[in-house]
Design a protein around this ligand. Structure first.
Ligand SMILES: Cc1cc2nc3c(=O)[nH]c(=O)nc-3n(C[C@H](O)[C@H](O)[C@H](O)COP(=O)(O)OP(=O)(O)OC[C@H]3O[C@@H](n4cnc5c(N)ncnc54)[C@H](O)[C@@H]3O)c2cc1C
Length: 345
């Protein structure tokens, strides 16, 4: 494993923010991780774990060792009539794993097609789209404890999945490096097409049969029409989570804002953050080199040479104005990375 010095992270984050890291190593195995941790301990330098960089916002130059996770490999472990257990290296690109599952005739993750990033980061925020979250297919993961170098297996119950949440974003934040994730995929296809425009797009594509492959194609087409491609315009997908508010709060708001959409569960209502941002007047606004996307207001963008601090300042202004108008606090989905929240080893 090679440790490089003074490396620009511009190519390693989908916002395209140009900050430097003092040290940078691509880790391809568990041993590489242990070696990198030893280096960081000896040099007394904090670390940053980086997958595809599609859910991070760098706001400062980083005196840190960046561990770019590049652990590959997809392996079938066991199979019965209905399911296949598959073990995947944490550096595998998520969408490549989705394509692998479709080629093998398996289903369970087709609705999660085209989500950027790596397999290892997927459990961090329980990635989700079009009515499916990875918790539905997650079996277990293996991770290295940063303070001891010991390996631990986490079962689903220990990961404590929630909406864009897991234990790795709360009580175990910054404590583990995930190097392998196992999933249970299904040989029996149970299509989930109730969400959004999937059926409409299947019809338009003349592919009304909801096979896993067709659902994947439909979702890819919807995502490409709605979301900006980070290769063209820097972004990290949804910048905020959709707020979940009590039913009585929603009902009161609805009296004042009759067009406010809401998706109820037993006790709460999920409100689209995009609607709140648009109705606070931010859709399509540009501030210098950064702004709010013109079609999808939940996505903040870097038009080229924007700085992480500028995107963060914009996000705070949006939070303030949404709160002033609707009394709702928007919570960030994207992980802000600065010198204060690096992992000390
Ligand atoms: C255009 C676009 C669309 C998106 N759409 C969606 C969507 O539909 N649904 C959704 O849920 N998300 C979406 N996202 C967000 C993003 O794709 C996911 O959060 C993804 O899982 C991030 O993966 P990554 O490898 O890029 O993680 P990174 O951004 O590199 O890291 C994210 C966090 O996880 C930590 N981390 C990464 N790898 C590991 C590891 N192996 N061990 C321990 N910690 C680790 C990092 O330190 C960081 O805190 C979108 C992003 C973009 C740019």
């Amino acid at each position: 494993m090679k440790i490089q010095e003074n490396i620009s992270l511009k190519a390693y984050n989908t916002f395209g923010i140009d900050v430097n890291a003092s040290f940078f190593a691509e880790v391809r195995s568990k041993d590489d991780i242990l070696e990198a941790l030893k280096f960081a301990k000896t040099k007394k330098v904090p670390i940053l774990i980086l997958g595809g960089g599609s859910n991070v916002l760098f706001t400062e130059e980083l005196y840190a060792l960046v561990l770019k996770i590049n652990i590959t490999g997809i392996k079938e472990i066991k199979s019965d009539d209905k399911t296949v257990l598959i073990e995947v290296g944490s550096g595998v690109i998520w969408h490549e794993f989705v394509l692998y599952s479709l080629e093998k005739g398996l289903s369970g993750i087709e609705n999660l097609s085209l989500i950027p990033g790596t397999v290892g980061a997927a459990p961090m925020q329980n990635i989700g789209a079009y009515g499916v979250e990875i918790k539905a297919v997650f079996q277990s993961l293996e991770a290295i404890e940063i303070s001891t170098g010991l390996t631990k297996t986490f079962l689903a119950s220990e990961v404590k999945f929630g909406y864009r949440e897991s234990v790795f974003k709360t009580s175990l934040k910054g404590k583990y490096i995930i190097y392998k994730v196992s999933f249970n995929l299904s040989k029996v296809h149970a299509p989930n097409i109730s969400y959004g425009d999937i059926q409409t797009v299947l019809d338009q594509m003349d592919q009304a049969t909801a096979t896993a492959k067709n659902i994947s194609k439909a979702i890819i087409s919807i995502r490409q029409s709605k979301l900006p491609d980070p290769k063209v315009i820097g972004n990290a997908g949804s910048f905020f989570k959709n707020p979940v508010i009590p039913v009585d709060v929603f009902d009161n708001l609805k009296l004042k804002f009759p067009t406010l959409p809401g998706y109820p569960n037993a006790t709460h209502v999920k409100v689209p953050a995009a609607w709140l941002i648009e109705n606070a007047g931010w859709k399509g606004k540009q501030v210098g080199e950064v702004g709010v996307h013109k079609r999808q207001p939940l996505v903040l963008v870097n038009y080229g040479n924007g700085k992480g601090e500028e995107i963060l300042a914009l996000s705070r202004q949006i939070q303030t104005e949404v709160h002033a108008k609707f009394g709702i606090s928007l919570e960030r989905e994207v992980n802000v990375v600065n010198s204060k929240n690096l992992i000390q080893v």
